[in-house]
Design a protein around this ligand. Structure first.
Ligand SMILES: [Zn+2]
Length: 165
């Protein structure tokens, strides 16, 4: 877990405070298994607010460039992270809306005693990642075998295609 403030959620949202910062990608522990390369950093901003209904809420923003592992060819696939979301905090589990009733881009959680900004930001980044990162069709690195064959006979495949069979 990286260094970030731990706050009182009631106070933070009532005052409309904001916290922003940067975190090196390598410090995001729960992200590491999805990464091809842990370079770079993520910028984040967490803003406290009250909804129209007067509920404490957080506006979250995370952005940065990540290098994920393509699940088809296992080479690097760049991912441009830029994610906004809202988290509404309710007093207990009974007040949580049904999943089906949750509006797009708005999550509800039970208000914690302490707001751990690092934990929230990491969770937010994980939620923004593609479930199965892959290159667009045709963008995958050719398999090792095909690559070697191409290097040995650069025009062999082309000649085969041109020859009428
Ligand atoms: Zn790929």
């Amino acid at each position: 877990m990286f260094e970030a403030p731990i706050l009182d959620p009631a106070r933070f949202t009532a005052l409309g405070e904001a916290v922003e910062g940067r975190v090196p990608v390598r410090d995001l522990e729960r992200l590491q298994s999805a990464l091809h390369d842990a370079g770079g950093e993520i910028r984040y901003r967490v803003e406290g607010l009250r909804t129209a209904e007067g509920l404490p809420a957080l506006a979250m923003h995370v952005e940065g460039n990540l290098s994920l592992t393509c699940q088809r060819c296992l080479s690097a696939v760049p991912f441009d992270l830029a994610h906004d979301s809202r988290i509404v905090m309710v007093k207990d589990e009974a007040s949580l809306p049904d999943l089906a009733e949750e509006a797009e881009g708005i999550d509800a959680i039970v208000q914690p005693d302490r707001l751990n900004i690092a934990e929230l930001v990491e969770e937010e980044i994980l939620l923004a990642l593609p479930l199965v990162p892959v290159h667009p069709d045709g963008g995958c690195r050719p398999e090792g075998k095909a690559q070697t064959a191409e290097r040995e006979h650069p025009f062999a495949a082309l000649n085969r295609l041109k020859k009428p069979s």
